[in-house]
Design a protein around this ligand. Sequence first.
Ligand code: PXG
Length: 447
Amino acid sequence: MSSAAASPTVLAPNDLEAYWMPFSANRAFKKEPRMLVGAKDMHYVSSDGRRLIDAAAGLWCVNAGHGREPIVRAIQDQAAEMDFAPPFQFGNPKAFQLATRVAALAPGDLDHVFFANSGSEAVDTALKIALAYHNVSGQGARQRLIGRVRGYHGVGFGGISVGGMVANRKTFGPGLAGVDHLPTTYNRAEQAFTRGEPEWGAHLADELENIVGLHDASTIAAVIVEPMAGSTGVLPPPRGYLQKLRAICDKHGILLIFDEVITGFGRLGYAFAAERYGVVPDMICFAKGVTSGTVPMGGVVVRKPIHDAFMKGPEHVVELFHGYTYSAHPLACAAGLATLALYEDEDLFGHARRLEDGFADAVHGLKGLPNVVDIRTVGLAAAIDLAPIDGAPGKRGYAATQETFHRQDMLMRVAGDTLVISPPLIATPAHIDEIVEKTAGAIRAVA
Ligand code: PXG
């Protein structure tokens, strides 16, 4: 036995075995690792010393760009001042400040914020608030939750139940009872190569009436959708679709939840997609961009009447039996405040809005390259669908991950055979051109 094996504290150098990587092809990765060791502004640094342009904002989260000095300093200062404060029955001032700032960014009377630590927790929180709200409002029979096919709402049992991605569901049992799904809004035959919101598909919201007809409105608590489905390949909502969903939910007393974990904080050129689309949901789930990915944080913005429905009964009693040890963690709150200030100071949402047209032009220029079967763009998000290799779905996409990382010096998110572009909001037109050029190189290389 080697001395390393004898002592559990001495690890073999460069041992990749112990870490079971999330949502990753572990064995392939460990044979040919893609290791990131540094990051600044629009770039990562790889372990072999290359600078890689970040076409993914990390994982849809680093909206302000990497290593931004005011955010770094806020986190450092907070760690030195107060590392942790229990969030149950005690508070830290920055939690209240951040809630106020997030609420101010949300439309309408979405003005109370419940903090969690991730998108998955934000989704679970929103679903639980929906159920509990109907309960405290004397409508406890409203227990059904409605999601959508090709929706992604994280990996908690709530999120995978309302989610609509088969691989994330099929091996984990039946999930929550009483869940139903709207159809996906994506239809390639009708929508291929659309810029922004497709004209076709608003009528798909009417399917909610059929679901209500089947289960009865009195059993349905909430509908949850991503305004723009991100993980399943950038599916912008058809024009008028979200307005229809809102109207049908209102008609039947069903809460409408927007999962804005990806669309929140500027990805579509606005603080929230709700603002872009002029639709006020009852709750908004957020995460990722709230701290620009620097410290884990998520949460739910809730409309005032929903919040107020809980504020009854004896004042010494807990109103909602829900929360996390790290809800409103001081480091996350400090990071969040510095991040939102940076978004405002640099008008990054406006910058994204102004970049949108040029970005769409550049990305749609990839049409005609080998195997490109659809391109979708909205805000600073784009997806390029490549035709799968016969009998080996995902293989061309995996080759594209390797090609972009090892040879194009670019960090790109690839889901199945779909290439996704979602740069930090600080991108310049030159960065976008570089990303699109490298994407073209990768598409040719995996043809
Ligand atoms: N809701 C939405 C809409 C998301 O996009 C989550 C919830 C879950 O968030 P957490 O923080 O628990 O991971 C997400 C996460 C991709 C990709 O490649 C997207 C996400 C996560 C990982 C990969 O598109 N979004």
